[in-house]
Design a binder for this molecule. Structure first.
Ligand code: 8YV
Length: 316
């Protein structure tokens, strides 16, 4: 009898193949909402973060004995509620550190050097000859980078920044002495980081403490030439305040892989702001990383379904 597993979007071929023999998947994006009766029969949940999984949700899935998250960020899962019900939660840390740090730098460079506006211009009728006076950007090498969240991904960002001869400041819940010695990053309070940074990269998880960590007061502190990069979660930034900051020139630009909500409504004013660059949550989107995430999340799922400890389990 195959295990019954609820998935919130269609998994990759690698994941489908790995689960094909032992699991029957109910794919919410294809099969639609499950009936209450079907919910009661699920043995596991495999999630890409499309639905909040809280206590009320888990009460409708009383047989679930594992939640496997494709990705490291678990802000959509109430870990306490899962723990209270004895349900282990697995995620896919580590394998995506490099790819997400690369994406942070892709956003940083794109914003600093007007890559998106430049691409549009280079395709359009206005580009008739080289113009030395247009689209002048910010120097990346030699500038100050402030990293908010110097965990594993943030540390990878700091390593890349060293290659660009940047001075790296960071703010974190607690000092990361190992990362400091490996990368030369300097710990400082958030306020000091915002005051001094030319680029502010958000690489922290979304938690009740980091929700809207960057809002009106923080934009007011930032340099008018500063660029905000968000490869973390949209909710870390107050988007109303971001819109005002970009429109009023409180900061020069923002480049983000994540938004709140995600996606932004098609008529959201940020989408018509030129100094705002947005990507569709591509932080870990490389072939190698997504395959590794697929393998890790499958191992977690199958371990939980088999009553074994999850290889990468998160605690509440
Ligand atoms: C995932 C991410 O692609 O790991 C994370 O936290 O944001 C991404 O790598 C995303 O969670 C979708 O599953």
């Amino acid at each position: 009898m195959p295990h019954r597993v609820l998935v919130d979007t269609t998994p990759s071929p690698l994941v489908l193949e790995a689960l094909s023999r032992s699991c029957h998947l109910h794919d919410l994006s294809v099969d639609g909402e499950a009936t209450l009766e079907a919910m009661g029969m699920f043995d596991g949940i495999y999630t890409y973060g499309h639905m909040p999984i809280d206590g009320a949700y888990l009460d409708r899935t009383p047989k679930v004995r594992v939640i496997s998250n494709f990705g490291v960020g678990v802000d959509h899962i109430d870990l306490r509620a899962a723990a209270d019900r004895g349900i282990p939660v697995g995620n896919t840390p580590d394998v995506l550190n490099g790819a997400t740090a690369d994406m942070t730098f892709a956003l940083l460079l794109a914003a600093a050097r007007n890559l998106v506006v430049g691409d549009r211009y280079a395709r359009g009728p206005e580009f008739t000859q080289y113009d030395p006076n247009i689209l002048l950007g910010a120097e990346v090498h030699g500038s100050n980078l402030g990293i908010v969240g110097l965990g594993k991904i943030g540390t990878e960002v700091a390593r890349r920044a060293n290659g660009f001869d940047m001075r790296v400041l960071y703010h974190n819940r607690r000092r990361n002495l190992q990362a400091e010695s490996e990368t030369g990053a300097t710990y400082c309070k958030l306020e000091a980081l915002l005051d001094q940074s030319d680029f502010v990269a958000l690489n922290c998880p979304l938690t009740p403490q980091t929700r809207h960590l960057i809002g009106t007061g923080q934009f007011a502190r930032m340099k008018s030439t500063a660029v905000l990069i968000n490869a973390a979660r949209g909710g870390v930034v107050d988007h109303e305040a971001l819109l005002t900051a970009l429109r009023d020139g409180e900061i020069a630009a923002a480049a983000t892989d994540v938004t709140d909500p995600e996606p932004l409504p098609r008529d959201h004013p940020l989408l018509s702001v030129d100094n705002f660059i947005v990507a569709p949550h591509l932080g870990s989107a490389t072939h190698r990383t997504r395959d590794a995430m697929g393998r890790g999340s499958v191992e977690n799922l199958l371990a939980g379904l088999g009553g074994r400890p999850l290889p990468t389990q998160i605690t509440a």
